[in-house]
Design a protein around this ligand. Structure first.
Ligand SMILES: Cc1cc2nc3c(=O)[nH]c(=O)nc-3n(C[C@H](O)[C@H](O)[C@H](O)COP(=O)(O)O)c2cc1C
Length: 201
């Protein structure tokens, strides 16, 4: 069974775009998975059609001033039409964010994404990796080095180019999230096919 994953992201300066590419790469590693990487900077018909067809949507935004970027927020507000039609109900959802500081209040951005997904009746998938870099044997190269579970977190030094940051560990963390979303989307699609009455409950 073919499953479609859409990675819907905004990136002001290109760093979160690298994280989005890593999420898409991870999802693409799961067999029978079609992945679309879509910027929400432009709210056009093609974007809405891609998201309508997706089995799972992974939301991505940089953290700006303790929350998502204004462009991502504009996209979120524009989903109220989709919400009215309940178009995204029962789709799988997940999220990722990137910011300059180690914490940088990234969690708030992810919490808001999860809340938006809940409003849409979507099914949120977090990260299942243990947190890395939190013991004497841990290193900054560990997957999930920033220790978040609601979604994938990444950190980019504010004077680093998108070629330099986010670093490899955070990109691998993003890849793990993409892969997990695709795997869950497959399980969900198979379950719906086997028990269609449950899908309409
Ligand atoms: C307007 C603005 C607000 C920012 N606010 C935060 C913040 O709250 N926390 C933080 O850690 N970094 C903050 N940063 C740094 C960005 O999150 C960081 O540079 C990130 O890599 C930008 O991602 P992008 O290249 O995808 O836009 C901010 C940057 C800008 C431009």
């Amino acid at each position: 069974m073919q499953v479609r994953i859409a990675v819907a992201y905004h990136s002001g300066y290109g760093h979160t775009a690298k994280q989005a590419e890593a999420v898409a790469a991870g999802a693409g590693k799961v067999a029978d998975t079609e992945v679309s990487l879509v910027s929400v900077a432009e709210l056009n018909d093609e974007l809405w059609a891609t998201l309508a067809e997706a089995d799972a949507i992974v939301f991505g935004s940089p953290t700006y001033m303790g929350g998502s970027s204004a462009a991502f927020r504009a996209f979120v507000e524009a989903t109220s039409g989709v919400w009215q039609q309940q178009q995204w109900k029962d789709k799988i959802a997940a999220g990722f964010t990137n910011s300059g500081s180690m914490s940088g209040d990234k969690l708030h951005t992810l919490v808001n994404m999860a809340l938006v997904a809940a409003q849409h009746g979507m099914i949120w998938v977090g990260l299942s990796e243990f947190s890395g870099w939190n013991s004497s044997t841990g290193t900054p190269e560990d997957v999930n080095r920033l220790g978040g579970w609601l979604g994938a977190m990444a950190q980019s030094n504010v004077d680093a180019s998108p070629e330099e940051a986010p670093g490899d560990a955070d990109l691998r963390t993003a890849e793990v999230l993409g892969r997990r979303v695709a795997e869950v989307a497959h399980v969900h699609a198979l379950g719906r096919a086997a028990k269609p009455e449950a899908a309409n409950a």
